[in-house]
Design a protein around this ligand. Structure first.
Ligand SMILES: Nc1ncnc2c1ncn2[C@@H]1O[C@H](COP(=O)(O)OS(=O)(=O)O)[C@@H](OP(=O)(O)O)[C@H]1O
Length: 461
């Protein structure tokens, strides 16, 4: 939502009354992550078809918004957003990510409660679940429906080949079922769903459409359907990340973080503690229990956060959005730095040395996925560092949405040499100097960049 969106703010006056989550000196306990793979998923195709039918009927009886009402709402949003070039893209992208978060929550719930027969491995052995393909198909379908297939180009993590193999039939039907289950809810989110259930070929087509190669010209969406797969299958943090890239520049980013805890201190605990604590603590506002969707457009100087949408209601834009801002802490001794959970994804020993030389004193906050970017943008932590092993090439979909949201929230994101990340070279962040540094403030960022070289010389990376 851009800064000139005053009429929307007036429509939601409580937005102005919200206080921003600010930083304080909360101590973080050392992180403990117990990796337990959770099980999976049952099929109730018949019931799902029935549900689709019932919802379609309800829609006809105007318990759901008619397309003209949706169109009016969209026009209102678009006109309220004034001259913002990306208002429609933002509207659709946020709602699509909201839908994807809802899908992921259901699938993660099933993983937690059932047996583990449907967590699949990609060629690179990373676990991939039905959620990855289902989110990709859903977002691809929504974007294509909203903007027209010919106008939408998507670069996304999952390829269609492994899902098209004859021995993937069971998996494909689970994906089709999950996608339909999600798309039937589209009217709740203020979007148009399909007129009839999608078949396997429709779903494969939607996934396969995400075959953009990116590059320096034109515009394309970069999508990580489930970022932080390990966190997802472990019942912990993960994110849905969608960004629009135009002529090599990220112009819009949306980051869904379905398990982002109500209290930032809980970020360092395994998700199962959140579930226990949520049951014990009465929530003052059901919509802000846990989870959020963050978003920003380039040059707006603002980043926003919505609660996850409850599917039993109609999403009324801007859905209780509040502005977010990075932390004002610039004293390294008070700053919290985030890094990946797995040391195979980022050298913990290198960041420990760097942190020490900069004067960081707190324990690192190890969190799965782009939720780390969300923590910086929300002001819940001050620094994010990732130093992958030499030879690993960072992918653009793992950083695009998070980067723009931090920048518009007032922060700085560069590589370890202090240069901007380059999203114009296709799938990879080509030319990345050693690692990624994101900070709430320029002062902390400068200190870290200055210390990188010395720490690098002493390290074995
Ligand atoms: N070897 C290696 N080094 C660095 N990065 C890698 C590596 N392998 C994968 N990836 C990418 O990192 C994504 C996971 O990053 P995270 O920050 O979530 O790491 S962690 O799971 O918390 O350890 C992960 O995202 P997902 O695949 O969506 O989980 C990958 O895109």
């Amino acid at each position: 939502m851009p800064s000139n969106c005053t009429s929307l703010v007036f429509r939601a006056p409580h937005v102005l009354g919200q206080t921003r989550i600010t930083n304080n000196t909360n101590k973080l306990t050392p992180t403990i992550h117990v990796g337990t793979c959770f099980p999976w998923y049952g099929k109730k195709t018949h019931q799902k078809k029935k549900l689709f039918h019932i919802v379609s009927q309800l829609k006809c009886r105007q318990n759901y918004p008619s397309s003209s009402v949706m169109e009016d709402e969209r026009n209102l949003v678009v006109s309220s957003l004034g001259p913002d070039k990306y208002s429609k893209e933002l509207d659709v992208a946020v709602k699509a990510v909201q839908m994807a978060c809802s899908l992921c929550q259901k699938v993660q719930g099933s993983l937690i409660s059932k047996t583990n027969s449907q967590i699949h491995s990609k060629d690179d052995n990373s676990p991939v679940t039905v959620a990855d393909w289902s989110v990709q198909a859903t977002i691809s379908w929504i974007l294509s429906k909203s903007f027209g297939c010919r106008n939408v180009s998507i670069l996304a993590e999952e390829d269609v080949e492994s899902l098209s193999k004859p021995d993937s039939k069971g998996l494909l039907s689970a994906v089709v079922e999950t996608v339909n289950d999600c798309l039937v809810q589209a009217p709740h989110f203020g979007l148009q769903g399909p007129e009839k259930l999608l078949g396997s070929s429709d779903v494969l087509e939607a996934i396969g459409r995400c075959n953009s190669e990116g590059g320096p010209t034109g515009s394309f969406w970069a999508l990580d359907p489930v970022d932080g797969t390990l966190g997802f299958v472990r019942g912990d943090q993960y994110a849905v990340a969608l960004a629009l890239i135009e002529d090599g520049e990220v112009v819009l980013g949306v980051l869904g973080c379905p398990n982002y805890p109500k209290k930032k201190e809980w970020l360092s605990y395994h998700h199962r503690y959140h579930r226990i604590i949520s049951k014990l603590t009465p929530t003052t506002s059901e919509s802000w229990d846990k989870g959020c969707v963050l978003y920003a457009t380039k040059g707006s100087g603002k980043a926003w956060m919505q609660p996850l949408h409850q599917t039993n209601k109609l999403l009324a834009w801007p859905n209780s959005a509040i502005p977010i801002r990075v932390s004002a802490i610039d004293d390294p001794a008070l700053a919290t730095f985030c890094e990946p959970v797995e040391k195979s994804n980022s050298s913990h020993s290198f960041t420990a040395g760097l942190a020490h030389s900069v004067g960081l004193r707190k324990q690192p906050l190890r969190v799965y996925s782009m939720v780390k970017y969300a923590a910086i943008a929300r002001g819940d932590a001050e620094i994010f560092m990732k130093f992958a092993r030499t030879g690993y090439k960072e992918k653009i979909w793992d950083h695009a949405a998070g980067m723009i949201i931090i920048q518009e929230a007032g922060g700085v994101v560069t590589d370890a040499g202090g240069s901007p990340l380059d999203f114009s070279k296709g799938t990879f962040l080509e030319g990345l100097d050693r690692g990624i540094i994101a900070c709430g403030g320029a002062k902390l960022h400068e200190r870290i960049i200055k210390s990188v070289d010395a720490s690098w010389k002493c390290s074995s990376l």
